[in-house]
Design a protein around this ligand. Structure first.
Ligand SMILES: Cc1cc2nc3c(=O)[nH]c(=O)nc-3n(C[C@H](O)[C@H](O)[C@H](O)COP(=O)(O)OP(=O)(O)OC[C@H]3O[C@@H](n4cnc5c(N)ncnc54)[C@H](O)[C@@H]3O)c2cc1C
Length: 320
């Protein structure tokens, strides 16, 4: 029997350790429980919000007047028993509540390439699909074939192939449809476990410098800017050499307007990275929002560009 908890403090399940109470909360372990939770919300006239690992969220201190559903539906399976070969790729199906790291580990140990650079990204596979998570030139969408969703409006199951998911930089169609991502299928080719392990370890070592153990943050706060989207007069104001892989790091612009090492009431911008906002322990969503808004405004004034949060703001107004 699914348990519904009143006034559950969401700071307990966000990597930022910030977030007020959810009016109702339920952790679901099966698709049937997910359907039960949605039906409960509908019967009780409640909005609903699905949360995976809570690693990309800034939730208001007031919390949310909704049923928050924590996705704990896990599992990984692969087609065929034999070892992968360069000629025969392997199809891997993964349930959306599976930690992304578990999928990366699975792929590496089964000699499957294409996910190893996602090592160390916190959260679930569902959350990674929602925002097309990626790092070091690899994205979760690279080797994806289909996403299976539950449409919460009519409780039907739908399938999206890769182009239908409309993946972009930290973007997917699921930010618009608000379907619940249930399962994802990848097609992965053969790799060498030792080499894949080495790549993952190098990635993890590089990540540890930016994100030391125990850090309370939601990852990078603002999206980087795609250079080709910007008009020439704005590009002319960006210092030469700051365009990396066709993107202008938000951190570069934030650094220029003096964001590094600034703080407000327990929220600090890292002294070594201007796009990394941290909770030092006593931070609130209000302080985080104030600091982020202040520096987004400064970037807009200096460069004429609007930085968009990569992190999902829950029960908070748009920054600018
Ligand atoms: C230390 C640190 C480092 C990070 N590094 C990176 C990085 O290198 N690259 C990167 O891309 N991100 C990075 N992130 C951000 C974050 O880890 C990713 O965005 C992650 O994929 C979010 O997954 P999640 O399960 O935690 O999602 P959550 O934070 O729980 O949710 C994020 C959004 O996804 C939606 N969602 C979650 N699950 C589902 C589902 N099953 N169906 C529909 N919608 C769903 C939620 O409603 C919410 O709107 C980092 C975060 C931290 C804390």
């Amino acid at each position: 029997m699914l348990k519904f908890i009143d006034n559950y403090l969401l700071k307990n399940i966000t990597t930022l350790s910030i977030g007020g109470p959810a009016k109702k909360f339920a952790a679901v372990k099966t698709q049937e429980e997910l359907v039960q939770a949605i039906q409960y919300a509908k019967e009780n006239n409640l909005d609903y919000l699905i949360i995976g690992g809570g690693s990309n969220l800034l939730i208001a201190d007031e919390g949310v007047n909704a049923l928050v559903i924590k996705n704990e539906i896990v599992g990984i399976s692969a087609s065929g028993e034999s070892k992968p070969t360069p000629e025969v790729p392997v199809k891997v199906k993964v349930k959306s509540g599976t930690p992304l790291q578990a999928l990366v580990d699975y792929a590496i140990s089964h000699q499957l390439a294409g996910l190893q650079k996602l090592a160390g990204i916190p959260g679930t596979v569902g959350g990674a699909i929602y925002g097309n998570a990626g790092a070091y030139g690899q994205a979760i969408s690279d080797h994806l074939i289909t996403v299976t969703t539950l449409n919460p409006n009519n409780l039907t199951i739908q399938q999206f192939n890769n182009p239908e998911c409309r993946f972009g930089y930290r973007d997917s169609i699921f930010k618009k449809t608000h379907h619940f991502i249930l399962e994802v299928e990848f097609q992965l080719t053969a790799g060498d476990t030792i080499e894949l392990k080495k790549e993952a370890e190098q990635t993890l070592a590089a990540r540890l410098i930016k994100y030391p153990k125990g850090i309370k943050c939601p990852g990078s706060f603002f999206k980087n800017l795609i250079a080709s989207d910007l008009p020439a007069e704005i590009l002319a104001r960006i210092p030469a050499g700051k365009i990396v892989y066709g993107k202008i790091p938000a951190g570069t612009l934030l650094e220029i307007v003096g964001a590094k090492d600034q703080s407000v009431d327990g929220i600090e911008i890292a002294p070594y990275h201007a796009n990394l906002f941290l909770n030092t322990g006593t931070g609130t969503a209000k302080a985080f929002y104030t600091l982020a808004k202040e520096y987004a405004k400064k970037v807009k004034e200096k460069f004429g560009v609007i930085l968009e949060p990569e992190v999902q703001l829950i029960n908070l107004p748009p920054l600018l």
